[in-house]
Each structure stands twice: as structure tokens, then as C-alpha cells.
Design a protein around this ligand. Sequence first.
Ligand SMILES: [Zn+2]
Length: 209
Amino acid sequence: MSYASYPPAMRRLVNELTKLPTIGEKSAVRLAYHLLSHDPSQALELSEAIKEARLIVRECERCFGLSEEPLCEICCDQARTRSIVCVVEKPADLIAIERSMGYRGLFHVLHGLWSPLRGVNPEKTRIRELFDRIERTHADSDSSERIEEIVLATGTTVEGDATALYIANSVKHFPVRISRIAQGLPKGGELEYADEMTLSHALEGRRRM
Ligand SMILES: [Zn+2]
């Protein structure tokens, strides 16, 4: 039976669910059926949680990680090393690095990678904001905020490498050290799925670019 035979409201729900990453029609129908056939409070709780998260969670104004405040906890944490910024593709990569416990600097989340084949140019990511951020801390006389090292922690995919190279070339004129994590990460690897030990070693063994 095609899902077109389900009642219209269920079709709408299935249709919305299939827009989510990794959810195909079969999984969407299974999820929709689960939500409609079990405890009604569970489905309402889920819809409330989505609504609340969507309204409250935003991007940190400085690092573009996720936050409920204008500045995230990491950016506000004065105990962290403020001269080093680790650049990642997405919030999940930031969380993976935080879990590895080997890093105590700040972050910059790009929300995408430079990918000419998929029509994503650097301007569609937060790369420009990274350059502005470096520039700002170097124009400022307050040396405690000056960025002195950029750790490029985009994945070891073609796009991850291309983005790292693009950033490294673009910030050459600033007096900042540029390093790239690599050691131990499998080629084509996404940070999000790397284990904590591997990530911790990859950060420690970062290579100067
Ligand atoms: Zn932040």
C-alpha cells in the first residue's frame, strides 16, 4: 500500500518526516505510525520540544556554535585558552572535540564546507566571519583576546581538505600559526564519528600548514 492511502494528516506528517536527513519513506511511515498509535503525550511532548528548541537555540554570535544566549558557554569561559581557535564544520564536530577532553581553546563553526561540486562557495559558510574575527582580535589592543593559532579541524574528506587549504591561504597575511589535524584520522573521515582517543591524538599531533 502506498502511503498516499493514509489519511491526509498522516500523509502530511510522513511528508514532513521524509524531509529529515537519513529518513526515507519507509522509516517515515514507521515513525508516524509509532507517534500516532502510542501514548498521545509522547507525540505532543516531541512537538513541544521541537518548537521550544527552534525558538530558543541559536548560533553564538562569536563562534556560531549552538547556544541559548548571545554568546555560548565556551566563548564566555575565561578559563579557556583564548589565543587558539579550532575550526570545525558543524556543531556535532565541536561536541566530539569537547568530549575528547584534549582541547581547551575556543572554536569557530563554519556550518558547511567549501564544495564547488555541490555549488557551495565559501560565502555560504561562516568562513568570512572567521576572517573578520581574526582581524578584529588583531586590530584590538587587548592582547588577551588575540588569536595566535588556528587549528583546522575540518574532516579529512575532499571538501574538508579543500576548505582547510582555502582558509590557510586566506589568513596567510595575519601573524597566526595555522595547523591541521590529521594524524590517526582515516582518509575521508568525519570528525563527528571519530572516537575520543583518535580525536585527542589528532589534535595533539596537529601539523603546521
Ligand atoms: Zn561561542
